[in-house]
Write a protein that binds this ligand. Sequence first.
Ligand SMILES: [Zn+2]
Length: 287
Amino acid sequence: MIDELGIAIKAREFIKRCGPLALPVSVDAYASQIGGEVIKETLEENEDAWSFRDKGGKYRICVNCAHNARRQRFSVCHEVAHVALEIASDHSTPSWSYSRRPPGEIACDVFAAELLLPYQLFKPRVNGAGMSIAAIGSLADEFDASLISTGSRFATFSRELCAFVVSEGGKVRYSARSARLREAKGWIRPGSPLPTDSYSARLRAGERPSGAEDADPDSWLEDWARDGALFEDALHLGHWDQTLTLLWFDDEQLAAPAPERKQWDEDRYKLRELDGVLPWPSGKKRR
Ligand SMILES: [Zn+2]
């Protein structure tokens, strides 16, 4: 199985072959690149999409017309990935089942995220954005992508010590961490409950959003031993009982890095930020 860095490189090569990029990216252009065409269909509630090659050799991508437009865009990119990566689809486990997702499906999700939020366009905007859920929301609008995909890539590519955490039913499902936070061994355990009295937990309990606030690093991060002030911004999506949390450290208040950290350089960041948890955890990525 090709690793995430390999998938990201393949996706970037694919994007280059599609010609100049405009925002939001055209998923129909991606589909035509593989000789495909998008068809909106009525599918089962949890089914994202399926594809087949018709008698004329044309690849038909059937997306669930009942899903919101942004989810459909991701689904089209995912189906394109199956062809581009030559991975047979295995849609027997639903896409929302994070833990039981087959490796081939995760690979296609990684490829799809690259197509929808291309590094070349997305990374400069992450560098220029402030740290807030609202900033992620603006990027999601600009790229016509879901908040979860956008937030995950936002954290993965951020130069800050930060994490984007997705929780469901008050429990952490997964988190995407920046290269620096992974280097610093900042770990948020999947399955753990939202910290009591945290901004995220209070939003879930019905409190009105009031903007980012201070957070307790020890309650979010396991075995965290570094200094520095942690901030938390969050959004609760009541319909799905989903809580999205952005956590970041205020750089200026962090203690000076330990000597061995000085060997970090830009090249290493560039590689490391690619091996992050993209939209779904792969199981093999642990600290
Ligand atoms: Zn698939």
